[in-house]
Write a protein that binds this ligand. Structure first.
Ligand SMILES: CC(C)(COP(=O)(O)OP(=O)(O)OC[C@H]1O[C@@H](n2cnc3c(N)ncnc32)[C@H](O)[C@@H]1OP(=O)(O)O)[C@@H](O)C(=O)NCCC(=O)NCCS
Length: 156
């Protein structure tokens, strides 16, 4: 059974292992970047566990001033893909962002990342802009798409 819970600094080793399973060394976020995201007050960091093993993560940085959340990564272990975990984590993160007062959720995705692009579009994200040379290295194309979705509160 899938269990979703808030990520903590104690998950750092497992999160780095997951990051390495999802991205090449030239694409992967560093341990320092993960530590900063996990330590940031207001950020929404969720892990999904299956039978006690960490299999997916979403990290969203929340800017309390602009009320915009930015997905800095969404990782599902290769052995756990296409079972809805990515979409489920994104929805759960959005729910928590709304509870924290966020009005918009935005993200950047490499223009060649068809799996993630499909997922975000299925989840209602709209393409906002192409960001040339968004990535420093590690991708065939360094461009990103920016996507965004307005977050709505459920009617009371
Ligand atoms: C992108 C990623 C997070 C998707 O996670 P996932 O748990 O497999 O996705 P889901 O099962 O929730 O898929 C939801 C929908 O997204 C789309 N989708 C997901 N993976 C896809 C793929 N490989 N090809 C085409 N569409 C895909 C489908 O529409 C899917 O619905 P369906 O399975 O009913 O057809 C996962 O492939 C991953 O971790 N990739 C490496 C890391 C990465 O690129 N993260 C995004 C950074 S911006």
């Amino acid at each position: 059974m899938l269990r979703v819970r808030a990520a903590t600094l104690a998950d750092l080793d497992a999160l780095m292992e997951l990051e390495r399973a999802c991205f090449s060394p030239r694409q992967a976020f560093s341990r320092r970047e993960y530590r900063g995201a996990l330590a940031g007050a207001g950020n929404v960091n969720l892990v999904a566990e299956e039978d006690g093993a960490l299999c997916a993560f979403i990290g969203v940085l929340l800017d309390g001033r602009t009320r915009v959340g930015n997905v800095f990564t969404l990782n599902v272990h290769p052995s756990a893909r296409r079972r809805g975990h990515g979409a489920h984590l994104l929805r759960e993160a959005e729910r928590r962002l709304v509870a924290a007062g966020a009005e918009l959720c935005a993200l950047e995705v490499n223009v060649d990342n068809e799996a993630a692009i499909r997922l975000y579009e299925e989840c209602g994200y709209e393409r906002v802009a192409r960001l040339p040379d968004y990535y420093a290295s590690g991708y065939a194309s360094l461009d990103a798409w920016r996507y965004a979705r307005a977050l709505r509160r459920d009617p009371a």
